[in-house]
Ligand binder design. Structure first.
Ligand code: 8IG
Length: 279
């Protein structure tokens, strides 16, 4: 196993090495789809289905340890229908001090291991006044307001696509339609990704609404860019866990986020369970 790869190794080679370790440790030659569970979505992990194996990310190389409550540094392998699915039990964020390359390492590893579809889940603040806490929303597009890109740096090595990635279809219309077949009540919205870790001011939320954002969070956009760069299809689902700043009287806190997510675990678990075999 290739474990002690230095930071000097370029990110695509590091992802290939992690994918090789994943194949070796699972004994599975390739995978079809990957799911990244965001804040609160871990409560849905069991409802998604029984897993065959669970591998600590520390054994794969290249993965920083998650420091956010609820995020676990492990990946599960599940068989769903005829598909071999990787389920990441958490993610890391820019606000933990991670580089964009570290933030997208899981997505790059999944694609290097064969995944052609990536499902990104997150908890988000709801900007649209008709969103309710506990409601899942399909991400139709994003505003990357992190000021960062996973494609910054030297050009990708030979054999990889150009870094000038087209993002007109960042979030697959096909996969969103498929999700709506499973749950026709699913709303769609534009996700604004901010660096965090602080929440917004009410003035910032008014600004974001003016910019066309419906949801606000601290993840997903960089992972979606990395996945699209490598040609994978992306489905992203936000769980609205709080009204964005200024839209409710209560102050925002991470405990509220996790509690809201836990009470939706059965619904979002059933949703993912229904979608996964069809990816
Ligand atoms: I959950 O209101 C969750 N994540 N930036 N703002 C930002 N991130 C969030 C929020 C929110 N709620």
């Amino acid at each position: 196993m290739i474990s002690a790869m230095s930071d000097a190794v370029e990110p695509f080679a590091r992802a290939e090495a992690s994918a090789a370790n994943l194949r070796e440790l699972t004994g599975v030659p390739g995978f079809d789809a990957a799911v990244v569970l965001g804040s609160g979505w871990q409560a849905a992990a069991e409802a998604i289905g029984a897993h065959e194996q669970e591998i600590p990310l520390a054994d794969l190389g290249g993965f920083p340890r998650p420091t956010t409550g609820g995020h676990t540094g492990a990946v599960r392998y599940l068989a769903k229908g005829g598909l071999r699915v990787l389920l990441f039990l958490g993610r890391v964020h820019l606000y933990e001090g991670n580089s964009p390359a570290a933030v997208v390492h899981g997505v790059r590893t999944a694609v290097a291991a064969g995944c052609r579809a990536i499902v990104l889940t997150n908890a988000a603040g709801g900007i649209r006044p008709d969103y309710r806490v506990g409601q899942p929303v399909l991400v139709s597009d994003h505003l990357n307001l992190t000021g960062r890109s996973p494609l910054t740096g030297p050009p990708p090595p030979d054999g990889y696509p150009s870094r000038f990635t087209d993002l007109t279809q960042a979030y697959s219309a096909r996969l969103r339609a498929l999700a709506r077949e499973e749950d026709p009540t699913l709303a769609e919205g534009v996700y604004a990704a901010l660096p965090g870790p602080h929440y917004e001011t009410p003035a910032e939320i008014r600004m974001l609404r003016g910019l066309g954002a419906d949801l606000v969070g601290m993840s997903t956009a960089l992972e979606a860019i990395a996945a699209r760069h490598l040609g994978a299809e992306v489905l992203a689902i936000s769980l609205v866990t709080n009204p964005a700043a200024g839209l409710a009287t209560q102050p925002l806190d991470h405990g509220e986020v996790l509690a809201a997510a836990r009470s939706s675990a059965a619904r979002i678990g059933a949703l993912l369970s229904a979608i996964l075999p069809r990816l």
